[in-house]
Design a protein around this ligand. Sequence first.
Ligand SMILES: [Zn+2]
Length: 337
Amino acid sequence: MQFVKSGYHGFFLPEAGVALDGPLPRDVEGTVFISHAHADHAPRSRKSEVCATPATAALIRARGHRGPVREIPFGETLHLPSASVTLYPAGHILGSAMIFVESEYGTLLYTGDCRTPPSPTSEGFEMPDRHIDHLIIEATFALPIYKWAPHRELFDRIRRFVHQTLEDGATPVMLCYNLGKAQEVMHALAFAEAPGPPIQVQIHKDGAPLCRVYEQFGVNLGCWEVFDPETLPGKVLITPGNTVNMPGFNQIPNPRFAYVSGWAALENRSGRTDVGALIPLSDHLDFFELIDLCRKYAPGHVHLTHTPDSSVALHYLRKHDISCSDLKLMEPAASII
Ligand SMILES: [Zn+2]
């Protein structure tokens, strides 16, 4: 089976006529599938035609996509001229899908970004009940230093940080991405068990339309509103780390920052300005989950992708007699450019 590079993170399967998280090569007929709505996987062109889950369709539209989106629910198979494609829940963020492709050249599962145990704000995690000839799996955190604590434990840490900060008369500022992580933190705070009124949250304005999509799809995000420094005292602010120098932030009374990300597992991240807590809540597999998943489903060949360093994971997989390599992408052939 051939894999041809396509766009930033994506690739094209010439025999199947299917592009995954990237555009079709120029003048080539085929179908584009999007695994989830994060910017490095969503279509670069706002007018392009793609297939995605209903939640991913809603999220990319909320971020400005204007092209046609064919909505494919989880578990429903789309029959194309040269392949059949089914989407399975990836556990990463709302709507995130693993893409299963069947063709006369065999079966392939592309995980996109995935997480098991799944994020409580996703639709869960489910593998196809079929043999997988080629597993293309993300390996963002592919070193043994990355081992995540259970969601329950990390959610407790988030609640404790927020309660303590509010009790101290300071403002909790949770630094995390607008899509996925922000909603996980909001979901954790919606279930805070402390006595008294519910915790009130303010979020960065770009996160608001995404939160509305989560709520449309039934995720409880608790009491929230858009960031307003005038009414922030006594509430929690959730905002991306790159926004802290923007207008209004210098009006936040006594801010105390928490960095919420898988990258918070690296202690040197505490060097970020005034970060009071590092909470390694990730929506990706950790190293051990990656190895376990590959062992459990025993695919014909594992292709690691989205990784800064695959050497240790490849070593462990080979120790377990799993055929594996980095994903090798061909440059688009001149004939199909
Ligand atoms: Zn992602």
